[in-house]
Ligand binder design. Sequence first.
Ligand code: MEV
Length: 418
Amino acid sequence: MKSSRIPGIYKLPPVERLKVIAKETGLSADDVGQLIAGLAVEQADRMAENVIGTFQVPLGVATNFIIDGLELAVPMATEEPSVIAAASNGARMAREGGGFVTSSTGPVMRAQIQAVGIADPFGARQEILNHKDELIKAANEKDPMLVKFGGGVKDIEAYVIESRVGTMVVAHLIVDCRDAMGANAVNTMAESLAPRIEQITGGRVYLRIISNLADLRLARAKAVFKAQEIGGAEVVDGIIQAAALAEVDPYRAATHNKGIMNGVTAVVLATGNDTRAVEAGAHAYASMRGRYTSLTRYEKNKDGDLVGSIEMPVAVGLVGGATRVHPVAKTVVKILGLKSADHLSRIIACVGLAQNFAALRALASEGIQRGHMTLHAKNVAVQAGARCDLVEMVAARMAAERRINVDRAAEILKELEK
Ligand code: MEV
């Protein structure tokens, strides 16, 4: 798109907003139709069991992103007020510094094969490694398509693990999943190797499953937030103080990372990916050094500007799963102009960083409640029975009065309807 800076988009009604995004991103009438129609019950019935309906969540677009020099509007699916506004705000403040710059490790996952009841676990571990080439070849034969596209098992690792019920040997298949999230591919491979691992180790195999601690599938993003753009040196210092607490205190880190996941999960969901896989990976990665910590870092550069960075596992795919099936996810993939699953993972890291920056900036200055409650007020107005224009009017009055509850909304509504 030419520019993701679309001032005033928030004032438009949803259909007009969609028109702007469709025009900017070159969506066809068909794509727009799919997004509006959403998931039909018949489609849903093929995705999950005992389906009785569909559950809808708002889909919005975060504006203002520049990612690796390209302008991008990012669709986000979330039920939480102020998340999309905050991501847009964070992205806007990164623009002066050139936007977000990304990198990644590539789309590599691990599968684990657990062998137990082994008399000589260290010897068995070495035997697994001695048979590496044979095991890699056998696993890759299970997914020739993945291999054809440059993916497949690249390596095998093996660990001896002490547990409450005895010593185990755990083999890891290191699999390049290309554009798949990879759970199906790696689980099939791991299952297929189980009998051979039993022969090689003399043990009994139980678990054969992906690890969601995707520490080989890291996405990274960095942005420079100019001090004058974000409210001056005091705000820079306040953000650094807040982030420093999250680095060392798990109570704060959990909330800090929750804020990151507000953005991350919204894009993961909008693209039909597995939110739980990404969340499990993020929190496990945050604990990898023995203490739960934050997924972002903030520093002041020599010019006094704020440098924010994020590194986290983002296991998402473009093929398989709901991404190719869900009509809204299919359109979202087009809006994002995705080139690969890796590309998507890097966009997600940027949204996580923008989201986190916006939350910290608000916390380091006016606090989050004012902005949050203004949006929350709209929900309260609707709960009190307000419709159409009255929603905005009731919400605005309650926000100005700082009295946001259903009773007050009902009173204002009564007055306005007189
Ligand atoms: C609320 O959903 C998220 C925040 O609590 C994140 C944070 O505290 O950094 C605002």
